[in-house]
Ligand binder design. Structure first.
Ligand SMILES: O=C(CO)[C@@H](O)[C@H](O)COP(=O)(O)O
Ligand SMILES: [Fe+2]
Length: 214
């Protein structure tokens, strides 16, 4: 089963509630919410009060991608705001295992994100606990960037680790996903596809989502 998670980073920020409804109706499985703090990445987007206001607009899974330093300071607020999955970056976490516990204590799914320059071995010790690993297929911070081909090998490595250890977690990819790169990442073992510009850049959201499923 392939899940499509349109990123609202490419939506109209002046009409986010309507945009969430629009992409929900168009067949999105998850709503991907990019949280950037201007420090971990050079851009600032939104915080938990915005997620709280968006929550009544859709019952789809809210997939919160935290691109922030000190993610442990944000987990409780995003859980209260209505997140279903919270993903934090390995590069920003001093006590990653404790952060996973913190997310699970809210009854939510926990994801670990890895930048293109971070090896999958960084996730190894946590794989038994994680619900999802997010392989960044661009460097985080902006929408509309070009897919980095060397990340495909990391998806395969992670899928092999999962099979060898008989584990079960989702493999999400994020950045530069379009119908062509979608095929590649699905073949490598990804099952959750984030797409911002490929969905919101289209005048037919439903068709754009369908074409990513392959
Ligand atoms: O986390 C990020 C960027 O840091 C993403 O979720 C982007 O929003 C993806 O945008 P596209 O590359 O699909 O346009
Ligand atoms: Fe993202």
């Amino acid at each position: 089963m392939i899940y499509i998670a349109p990123s609202i980073l490419s939506a109209d920020f002046a009409a986010l509630g309507e945009e969430v409804k629009r992409v929900d109706k168009a067949g999105a499985d998850y709503i991907h919410i990019d949280v950037m703090d201007g420090t971990f990445v050079p851009n600032i987007t939104l915080g938990s009060p915005v997620v709280e206001k968006l929550r009544p607009h859709s019952e789809k899974v809210f997939d919160v991608h935290l691109m922030v330093e000190h993610p442990e300071t944000q987990i409780d607020a995003f859980a209260k705001a209505g997140a279903d999955i919270i993903t934090f970056h390995a590069e920003a976490a001093k006590h990653a295992h404790r952060i996973v516990q913190q997310i699970h204590a809210h009854g939510l799914k926990a994801g670990l994100a890895l930048n293109p320059g971070t090896s999958v071995s960084e996730a190894d010790a946590l794989l038994d606990e994680l619900d999802m690993v997010l392989i960044m297929t661009v460097n985080p911070g902006f929408g509309g960037q070009k897919f980095i081909p060397s990340t495909v090998r990391k998806i395969q490595q992670l899928r092999d680790m999962m099979n060898e250890r008989k584990l079960d977690f989702d493999i999400e990819v994020d950045g530069g996903i379009n119908p062509s790169t979608a095929k590649e990442v699905i073949a490598a073992g990804a099952n959750v596809l984030v797409a911002g510009s490929a969905v919101f850049g289209s005048d037919n959201l439903a068709a754009a989502i369908t074409s990513l499923r392959g």
